[in-house]
Design a protein around this ligand. Sequence first.
Ligand code: CUA
Length: 366
Amino acid sequence: AAAAAALLCAAQPALAQQVHQLITMGDLSSGYNREVFWMSIGAIILSVLIFVGTSYALFHSVRTYREDRNDAPPAQFHGNNRLEVTLVAVPVVIVIVLALLTVRAMARLNPTPTGAYPVNAVGAQFYWNFEYPNAAVNQAAGTGLVTNGNELIVPAKSKIAVTITARDVIHAFWAPNLGGQRDAIPSVKKTWQVDNDQPGVYQGLCSVLCGASHANMRFKVITLPETEYQQFISAAQNYKAPTPAAGSAAEAGYTIFMQGKDGSGACAACHRVQGTAAAGQSGPDLSFFGSRRTLGAGMWEGADVDTHLHQWIKASSSIKPGSLMPHYDGTTQGYPALTDEEINSVEAYIKSLQLPAQGNYWTKIA
Ligand code: CUA
């Protein structure tokens, strides 16, 4: 039955997809997942054969040697070399077959392929920063690498080499529909390959318990067709965060962001904004905040971002447990209490941090 199911799966990709979802709750849109799926199918078929074989041997013995059928004493003998060799050899062969299947799959999945597109993923309590090691910011726009918080944009139909690390405790990078998960360990860099078949938006998450908001450490992977991807990277490399016009709503927020209120609590101490003096490394990169669709590492999306942004700036841990951002309501020592109006101006400033239209990755996804 299992072999027949496997043949059916091979002939019917849609059925394979359903079976895969049943087993792993993922889909088969990545070569990585297909490799793991077919290896698992092989292992399952083998397991079914073993189950049927041992069950047959068991029931056959019970039936054949039942007491009421055999009043005569059983044959008396000692040892059966052929049977013993068989009983050792069969499991050895099974283990070797399983080991070969596993090693073959690992060899195909683990190495970083040549020509893979490199990105860096840095996990921290409780967000991700994604860097583009081969996309340095163009000189006129600033310094450093193109970096985005919590939203990873990569070319579609490509192999992606994700170099994964962490800043504080152990996290793990996992975008289930793009491939396997990998631990993000402080001071260790591991490169892991993921891939995808089609442009789209893929969910990602942290898959190692890492603190109070482990469950709120999500991210999105947006895979764009090559042309659209190049438009994003080019716009990002040339992006220089706008300075708010004098008298605009964002102007007061810009000052608070860069210098703090009365000289304390500058957002720039922890957040980076490309093309400005804000170069903080201990919080998510906010360079393209206004172009992002999520807040709080995927806790809120779309219109919910606007609903929660004010409270987020005021006291983030009141809506995201364990969030390490200081409160701006006077309850964190050394950080000023901002008035609602001042928070509104900070909101206006960070929302103004938008990629130009040709770089806006969300508008390129149907
Ligand atoms: Cu980070 Cu769980």
